[in-house]
Ligand binder design. Structure first.
Ligand SMILES: NC(=O)c1ccc[n+]([C@@H]2O[C@H](COP(=O)([O-])OP(=O)(O)OC[C@H]3O[C@@H](n4cnc5c(N)ncnc54)[C@H](O)[C@@H]3O)[C@@H](O)[C@H]2O)c1
Length: 348
């Protein structure tokens, strides 16, 4: 079966995507620096399959290393060739993602996200592997007055994290010009939730600054969270985002990868969201209702780099992949809370 390289595969979205690909029989090489994750996520994945009497150990191989190290990447491609099962495609998740940190440490973000991606793409070309699915972000759109964002809406990131994502998108656009590459740029909106088993979920080693893990921690530790801004021009004054269940997002990667493999070389850019705007207060209230728990919060000033509303127009996703996310906001909240309760300290 086709071998796929998953960079950043022990992380939140990467580990859930491994499940989606393994379920379809793919053979995976996972690489990660473990800077923001634990390789225990892979042990949990094996456990999930074992519950269904499936042993996927031989199809899930892990290599610890950093994309900034060219030799490391080169050796991964060599290893796959030595096994007589070369890497057929790459899903590239590896990257740093904390917006606030990117504002204070832009060089760290350029080095890790842009140089790391450049090294990967260079090795791919050298080893005749020209199929890649790239994790981009709705952050590339920046401040906007549009209700729904289309893939061709203006791009104008408001922070270095978003600039690094857009730079890699541009690099991919440039290399696609030779007509040999199969590239999918996926612009995620807000992935939350966890695998329904509660065995894997979001487990950041760095302090989270996205809302969902903060809500979970607030409910769990009974600590007040800060909602940044209640004076945005929205129905309740709080920011609007488009939340998508992480298993739906994982499925979106599988569909995109299959689409690329089955079609002619091309550059495909897709929004991956549900197309429904939810305010921070709505998210908190839904979490409280479905889990029967209170989430203490207070309002604070708006946060630098935040934008009012980011919601996907996902019509291109639906028409090209013939697929759209199905899981509800309620399921996202239930699954995320289950993960926390089964793993109060994460994977440790
Ligand atoms: N989670 C979100 O809300 C979100 C939204 C839009 C886009 N994204 C993008 O999706 C991707 C995955 O996000 P996630 O939420 O799973 O984050 P994550 O931090 O859980 O996973 C990213 C993984 O990449 C690894 N990594 C980072 N730099 C690396 C390097 N140079 N070499 C090797 N490994 C490296 C980290 O250790 C981590 O395990 C990231 O590129 C992120 O920017 C995430």
């Amino acid at each position: 079966m086709n071998r796929i390289l998953i960079t950043g595969g022990t992380g939140f979205i990467g580990s859930h995507t491994c499940i989606a690909l393994l379920s379809k029989g793919y053979d995976l090489f996972v690489i990660d620096s473990l800077k923001n994750s634990s390789k225990k996520s892979l042990e949990k994945i094996k456990e999930i399959f074992k519950k269904d009497n499936k042993d996927i150990s031989s199809k899930l191989r892990f290599f610890e290393g950093d994309l900034k190290n060219k030799e490391f990447i080169e050796n991964i491609f060599k290893k796959a060739q030595e096994d007589d099962n070369p890497i057929k495609g790459v899903i590239h998740f590896a990257g740093l993602k904390a917006v606030a940190e990117s504002v204070s440490k832009p060089l760290l973000y350029w080095n890790n996200n842009v140089i790391g991606s450049y090294n990967l793409i260079k090795s791919m070309e050298k080893n005749d592997c020209q199929t890649i699915v790239f994790s981009s972000s709705a952050t590339v759109y920046g401040n906007t007055s549009e209700d729904l964002l289309k893939e061709d809406s203006p791009l104008s990131p408001t922070n270095p994290y978003g600039t690094t994502k857009l730079s890699v998108e541009n690099l991919l656009k440039d290399i696609s010009q030779n007509g040999n590459w199969r590239i999918a740029i996926l612009r995620y909106f807000n992935p939350i939730g966890a695998h329904k088993s509660g065995l894997i979920g979001e487990n950041p080693l760095q302090k989270p600054n996205n809302i969902f893990p903060i809500i979970i921690n607030s409910a769990f530790n009974k600590e007040k969270l800060k909602v940044f801004g209640n004076d945005w021009p929205t129905k309740d004054g709080t920011c609007i985002r488009d939340y998508i269940h992480v298993m739906d997002l994982a499925e979106g990667h599988l569909k995109s990868l299959n689409y690329l493999i089955e079609n002619d070389p091309q550059l495909l850019t897709l929004n991956i969201g549900k197309g429904r705007g939810i305010s921070v207060i709505e998210l908190i209230k839904t979490f409280e209702n479905v889990n029967n728990i209170s989430v203490p919060f207070e309002f604070d000033e708006r946060r630098e780099g935040d934008v009012c509303q980011l919601v996907a127009d996902n019509s291109k996703l639906k028409s090209i992949l013939n697929w759209s996310p199905t899981k509800s906001l309620e399921e996202m909240c239930i699954d995320g809370w289950k993960w926390k309760n089964l793993n109060p300290k994460g994977y440790s």
